[in-house]
Ligand binder design. Structure first.
Ligand code: BES
Ligand code: MN
Ligand code: ZN
Length: 498
């Protein structure tokens, strides 16, 4: 999607040469009193006659309106004009703008009080509505909208926010695309190649480790998950070097299970196809890097992607097997379907070498998180209050929200094992929390947070497909961190663990 930011007054917007013009109109707003341009006249009339009801999602479609260059004009209400209302208004409007000949769209944000805050929700909603997955379905009708002109009263005043928004939208598209690809079109090798291609194009550094190197490092937990698959594992390391050399990086770790059958603890058949999305965390790291390099954010970020399949096989890891993780801690693999934590724990330990100022893992980790929070908020787990607050705020600001879950030590009780330093599961109760407690055992030396995106990374049902979450949250967090500067005081661990 190609976005262009343009300075246009409300009165001038009728002269925009686009195929369709979408004007976002807050409730209780009827244009400037004495203005006599076509849009103001029209707004006054429709308001007078009650043809444009108040309430987000209400709209009026006009065809060949007098005085307008655009053949179609859509007036869409956006309540009080909050970011969430703007997103809903644009989403509803896009549902009405599906004409095949519609290539150029104008979105007029001039009537909104907070234009800067409206850019991302409006642009994300346009991109969302026009994304079509075609990689393995070439017959799918590609979106007709190619160019979007975003009309604001003063472009220069909101240029930075616009750049952030278009980078975020791009990152979401990259994440959706890779998460959507079926497992035979997104093997660990293909994912690693995609990372390399992206790195070359976007200009960041990418390193790919194979089985031999991973074995030499001693990532016994990661190897155990991968050993049942015919597809070789890959460990991808991305470097965005936007800060000074000595600046401590932020590390993002994305779960990259390209297909999760459950292994020997095999999953039931129903909806198992959706386990192709089990690399949604990895896809979000790729998307975030795509966005990061567009924005050239002045900070150092490392991306880590352990990628493999989880398959049942004669060589597969068995329930009861004990493996030695990179940290040296041993793990009894009680359930081979709890594989995400096994590949993540070794990636977390690997990250220690970068001495990160913060490390965040992103994973479609537990069905229990879907039960707890559904598809609205991702699960946020951290013992560090400052990092948790920063991520929660970033999520709220980016309309990509998360919710902090508890981390009391008592939740780790069930992970005890008679045969290893820990088991990899702890029963059904509080499954998303016990998974986080498992990961925490590998993060003692770092300021760490974990995002469980099992409920938010994709939609099921008739609109099945990846969402690109939590790219907006991550990019917002990184942008805030870079604005605060690398000289910001180092975070202290909170004394009391939650
Ligand atoms: N990838 C799944 C988690 C998942 C399941 C995400 C369903 C979205 C929808 C993960 O690897 C898994 O299988 N977790 C198990 C853990 C259990 C064995 C402790 C789960 O949630 O059932
Ligand atoms: Mn699993
Ligand atoms: Zn999984």
């Amino acid at each position: 999607m190609n976005f262009e930011l343009k300075t246009v007054s409300l009165a001038q917007s009728s002269r925009l040469a686009v195929d369709a013009l979408l004007v976002i109109v807050p409730d209780a707003w009827a244009g400037e009193k004495s203005a006599d341009d076509p849009l103001s006249l029209l707004l006054r009339q429709v308001t007078e006659h009650g043809d444009l009801e108040e309430g987000t999602g209400k709209y009026l479609m006009c065809y060949r309106p007098v005085g307008f260059k655009a053949a179609r004009l859509l007036l869409a209400r956006a309540g009080k004009g909050s970011p969430a209302e703007v997103r809903k208004a644009v989403t509803t409007a896009m549902g009405q703008l599906r004409q095949p000949g519609l290539r150029k769209l104008g979105v007029v944000l001039c009537a909104l009080d907070d234009v800067a805050a409206s850019l991302f929700p409006a642009m994300a909603a346009v991109a969302d509505a026009s994304y079509v997955y075609t990689t393995t379905k070439p017959s799918a009708k590609a979106a007709s909208v190619r160019e979007v002109m975003v009309a604001v009263p003063a472009a220069d005043a909101v240029r930075a926010r616009f750049e952030h928004a278009s980078a975020a939208v791009h990152g979401v598209e990259v994440a959706r695309e890779w998460a959507n690809r079926p497992a035979n079109h997104a093997t660990p090798t293909m994912l690693a190649d995609a990372a390399k291609a992206l790195a070359r194009k976007a200009g960041f550094h990418c390193q790919v480790l194979g089985e031999k190197e991973v074995e030499k490092l001693g990532m016994g937990a990661f190897l155990a998950v991968a050993q049942g698959s015919a597809q070789p594992l890959k460990f991808v390391v991305l470097h965005h070097q936007g800060g000074r050399k000595a600046d401590a990086p932020i590390v993002l770790v994305g779960k990259g299970i390209t297909f999760d059958t459950g292994g020997i603890s095999i999953k039931p058949a129903a909806e198992m196809d959706e386990m192709k999305f089990d690399m949604g965390g990895a896809a979000s790291v790729l998307g975030t890097f795509a966005a990061l390099s567009r924005l050239k954010l002045p900070l150092n970020v490392i991306g880590l992607i352990p990628a493999c399949e989880n398959m049942p096989d004669g060589r597969a890891v068995k329930p009861g097997d004990v493996v030695t993780s990179l940290s040296g801690q041993t793990i009894e693999v009680l359930n081979t379907d709890a594989e995400g934590r096994l590949i993540l724990c070794d990636a977390l330990t690997y990250a220690e070498r970068f001495k990160p100022r913060a490390i965040i893992d992103i994973a479609t980790l537990t069905g229990a998180c879907v039960i707890a929070l559904g598809a609205v908020r991702s699960g946020l787990f951290s013992s560090d209050d400052a990092l948790a607050a920063a991520l929660q705020e970033a999520g709220d600001a980016a309309l990509d929200p998360c919710w902090r879950m508890p981390m009391d030590e008592e939740y780790a009780e069930g992970l005890k094992s008679n045969f290893a330093d820990m088991g990899n599961v702890a029963g059904r109760a509080a499954g998303s929390v016990t998974a986080a407690k498992f990961l925490e055992k590998f993060t003692a030396k770092m300021t760490w947070a974990h995002l469980d995106i099992a409920g938010t990374a994709w939609r099921g049902g008739t609109n099945k497909g990846a969402t690109g979450r939590p790219v907006p949250l991550l990019l917002q967090y990184l942008a805030t961190q870079s604005a605060q500067g690398a000289d910001a005081p180092a975070r202290k661990k909170s004394p009391g663990r939650r």
